[in-house]
Design a protein around this ligand. Structure first.
Ligand code: 3PG
Length: 210
């Protein structure tokens, strides 16, 4: 499971974190992002349409690798897996979520933002973690300070990551990829401005450390 997750996260510099209000928005968005090179996306369960959208993306946009985010409780996890999500992302972790993850074939990316949380995740066997909210929790310098202590741990920072700082995050040795919503702005989704989203995705896909 960890290998599969790492394969997804190392395959892409930026994972779009998206919220959609309808199946149509989800499908259009996933297609536009994949066309720009961002096949893996995190559809957050922050809208009532999220699960239906994941279900539709899995069927209608086979080129996409659709994950689910904002997983806060076990039901969210199992519902997202039922909808077909290929990976599961949480801003944190609870004992219940970790139990659910253990029983699931679908890989889990839990969130962790403090040394004690990191230790707890390592104890559970998780070495690939979301770091949220990245900028607000201390950003680049915070992550840099964690690297020598938590060797081998890899992060996907999200929250406040943008085209302005993404390269700096990606240059850190303990960052595997970054996540962000800037590639899928609400206004463009509402307008169905898929070409513009594809352009944003292509720019993000081209981001690298140097
Ligand atoms: C997330 O859930 O990862 C964040 O909401 C994304 O943060 P951003 O909107 O600042 O990119």
């Amino acid at each position: 499971k960890t290998d599969r997750l790492l394969q997804i996260l190392t395959g892409q510099a930026v994972i779009p974190v998206v919220a959609v209000d309808s199946i149509q928005e989800g499908v259009g968005l996933a297609r536009a992002l994949a066309k720009g090179g961002l096949k893996a996306i995190e559809v957050t369960l922050r809208t009532p349409a999220a699960l239906e959208a994941i279900e539709a993306i899995v069927v209608d946009v086979p080129e996409a690798i659709c994950g689910a985010g904002t997983i806060l409780k076990p039901d969210d996890y199992t519902n997202a897996v039922k909808a077909g999500a290929k990976f599961i992302v949480s801003p944190g972790a609870t004992v219940e979520l970790l139990d659910t993850a253990k029983k699931s074939a679908i890989p889990f990316l839990p969130g962790s933002a403090t040394p004690s949380e990191l230790l707890a995740m390592l104890q559970e066997g998780y070495e690939v973690l979301k770091f949220f909210p990245a900028e607000q929790s201390g950003g680049l310098s915070y992550l840099r300070s964690l690297a020598p202590v938590f060797q081998g741990v890899k992060f996907c920072p999200t929250g406040g990551v943008s085209p302005d700082n993404a390269r700096d995050y990606l240059a850190l040795p303990n960052v595997v990829c970054v996540g962000g919503s800037w590639v899928a702005p609400k206004a463009l989704i509402k307008d169905g401005a898929w070409d513009e989203i594809t352009k944003l995705a292509a720019e993000a896909a081209g981001l690298s450390a140097d």
